[in-house]
Design a protein around this ligand. Sequence first.
Ligand code: C5P
Length: 276
Amino acid sequence: MTKLTLRSPAKINLFLRILGKRPDGYHELASLFQAVDLCDTLEFSLSDRDHLTCSDKTLPTDSSNLILKAAELYRRKTGLQSGLKVNLHKKIPIQGGLGGGSSNAATTLWAFNALNNNLVPLNDLTRWASEIGSDTSFFFSNGTAYCTGRGEQVLNQTPLDNRHFWIVKLPQGISTPQVYKSLDLDQLAMRDPLIALESFSTSKPHYFNDLEEAAYKVMPSLKTVQSKLQDAGLKPILSGSGSSFFCIGEGAMPSLEGCESFRVRTLKRESSSWYA
Ligand code: C5P
């Protein structure tokens, strides 16, 4: 039986600009997404029915898991009948703004397609991925992409090679809808996302996240951790809606009670393979 083992990377948002609220309730955003080498590992094989196992026993393994939603979506779109057996080894923290669930879903679409002799072109998988979540399509990029719309419009950028960051995840997760609900659009600086994008090809990149103040309102302990990281000489930037920061700067990582920290580097995807 063919078995496929793939890495499923986390993402960070090098900058995240919120442009407004849309009639469908989502927010229009412009963000530079970057894949990093903090990865889950997934093993896939075709089977007569879907079956998911996971190293993290707190994660649901029923049809609410995005992996099984992706398998169901692939079947619905292609008309294929086969099931998928998946074993997930979880390393990416949950509810951390690191895109772990979305990445697992994208990896599943890729794997199901690879196990079916690449029946579906990449463009279609990318489009289908947006039905699972706003940041799922990003993972079909080359690993560095400017994403707009609700996050699902993906434009590849020149890969940012070998940049290192610390990622710090607070012990509690945060609810993305709650952060968006706490957002005060009138308080945001009117930064031009295209200028921010251009800054990443200079020596002075503009890192920022428009969701930061909203996330501090929902989880005040984020502000405390941000201050401690700044005191250590690091520049922490919230990833997505939190509850993780990625840090730039050369300071040493301070000890932060209950937090997990990871040293990561940027990751890219070559066009005909998944993340190596
Ligand atoms: O698309 P996804 O399921 O990841 O989004 C989770 C929630 O985050 C949405 O229900 C919405 O409340 C919020 N969101 C938003 N605007 C976006 C992306 C997400 O308001 N562009």
